[in-house]
Design a protein around this ligand. Sequence first.
Ligand SMILES: [Fe+2]
Ligand SMILES: [Fe+2]
Length: 274
Amino acid sequence: MATRLLHISDLHVGTQESPPVERALEGLIERLEPELVIASGDLTHRGLPEQHAAAAAFLRSLGLPVLAIPGNHDIPYTFPARFTRTFDEFERHWETTQPVFSSESLHVIGLNSVRAWRHQSGGIREEQLQRATKLLAEAPPGSLRVVTMHHQMIGAPWRSGKKPVARRSHVLATLVDAGAELILGGHIHQASVAERHEFEVVTGELRGVIVSIAPGLGQPRPQRRGEARGLHVYECEPGAIRVETYVWRDDDWGLTAVRRFARGREPLAVESAS
Ligand SMILES: [Fe+2]
Ligand SMILES: [Fe+2]
């Protein structure tokens, strides 16, 4: 069976509750049978204990392994807790802010890009990159090597003043050199997907990499344009990775885009017209 990965982000539990969205997500999971759910931060809106408890209960109710990392909304909103108990509530439910999931087919590294002293912008420290490099080297042969953080590596198509992760080029280059094939994020509440060969001349043994930002699953600002509720599904094919974008349309998830990228150095095979 194909290896699939469900990527949701920015649930913002504590704002707009939407039972139909949650129920339809269960249907999608039943149909697609992903191996893992990745929740790339902003699980809650204000980082409150009851919001963390509700977010964790929802994610655990999906009946699949969940790899969750914190977003800038998952830490206390007020001082001094923001600095003294930054990740206490998150860790109460998820144990660590930098989880790892590894199976024969998937090897996923979570990175915590949240900086308590910066409300919006995120960063990855050098020691985190070193840890990710070491962990990526331990990936089972042939497994899909994935790194996820909350802050975005590529920008939003629609308006957004949110800055990408600090030292973006350095972080991206380090993770690619370390073998990451799929780098995930959220934070901007809009889908954005690109593969390295689309924006860089890649020569020799250098690998490609897909950078993918999931739309927000929640909708903390219902009046705001340009923030469809959505999610991503990734599927490994022989020599290719498929990225599917689903968005919420009235009462169900609609498959809105399917993108296929070459995995590794070989170009995608073109299907014959016959
Ligand atoms: Fe968010
Ligand atoms: Fe965020």
